[in-house]
Ligand binder design. Structure first.
Ligand code: LER
Ligand code: MN
Length: 282
């Protein structure tokens, strides 16, 4: 298991002049940095790759799916924009040596509306087809797309591990797998352990987040259930703390961070890491 921190804890958008975040993540003792990718054109990718390497970190890339990055959308130009963004992110991931591109790649974050079953079915099909194509692109680059469930306020598409499993089975591509986040699971799942076991071997990425997006271990997520289930499925991937600066841009409304969650960002990350290392000895 590798313990990681998402750059969204400190900055948004991540850009060349925020490369100091990589040093911060390494200095705090993390093994992994998850780079939140809002706009690759403002990042010097070679400098980032060099910095990640120098600091001996493993990396992952986290998608930021704003409203015009929606693979399920009825408008083909919006779907194409999502594809373009995902392919660009896969290129970016391979250039920084990341093997995982994670997040809700099926749709836009914050798209949560009542829809007729026929509309839902059409959206589902478009997202399945889109991810089948993008799975090929990911595989060519040696990257896996880790598809994340979100809570009901951030998506009406995939809220539960059981829905994610059905989705992954329909996509049926080895480079399109599962990603769970305890923040969302805490809202949606009846049992955190059962949800993790349901995805089982298809779980390739994990966000360990407190119920308020504060430091893991300071709230009421049932961490022992998480620990036991990750152990039972033999999970050996990354365990990443994801929280957000109140200045988060691309997904500001969806993240809804209206107050600091700790004294400062470093405290949130350091406290969370200490807790997770004790909870999940490797
Ligand atoms: C993304 O990893 C996530 O968990 C979302 O809640 C972002 O809004
Ligand atoms: Mn997440």
């Amino acid at each position: 298991m590798q313990f990681g921190a998402n750059t969204f804890i400190w900055v948004s958008p991540f850009r060349t002049d925020t490369l100091w975040v990589i040093d911060r993540v390494a200095d705090l003792g993390f093994d992994t940095v998850e780079v939140a990718l809002e706009d690759s054109s403002i990042i010097d990718v070679d400098a980032l790759a060099q910095k990640i390497n120098q600091r001996g970190l493993v990396s992952a890339v986290c998608g930021a799916f704003g409203p015009d990055r929606d693979l399920a959308h009825e408008d083909p130009s919006i779907r194409d924009n999502a594809k373009k963004y995902i392919i660009d992110s896969l290129d970016f991931a391979s250039r920084i040596g990341a093997k995982i591109f994670c997040g809700p790649a099926y749709s836009a974050v914050g798209k949560a509306r009542p829809v007729e079953p026929a509309v839902k079915e059409a959206e589902w099909k478009r997202a399945v087809t889109g991810l089948q194509e993008l799975g090929e692109e990911a595989q060519k680059r040696g990257v896996t797309i880790a598809v994340e469930t979100l809570n009901r306020f951030e998506t009406d598409f995939l809220n539960l591990a059981s829905q994610l499993k059905r989705f992954l089975d329909e996509v049926g591509h080895p480079a399109v797998r599962g990603h769970l986040d305890t923040f969302h699971m805490n809202i949606e799942e009846k049992d955190l352990g059962e949800a993790i076991r349901f995805i089982g071997g298809d779980l390739v990425h994990f966000h360990a987040c407190e119920n308020d997006r504060g430091a893991p271990g300071t709230g009421h997520v049932e961490w022992e259930k998480v620990r036991d289930a990750l152990h039972d499925i033999g999970y050996e991937g990354m365990v990443v703390i994801e929280s957000f600066t109140p200045g988060v841009k691309e997904i500001a409304k969806a993240a809804s961070i209206w107050r600091p969650l700790e004294k400062d960002e470093d405290t949130l990350a350091a406290k969370g890491l200490e807790f997770l290392r004790t909870l999940l000895p490797v």
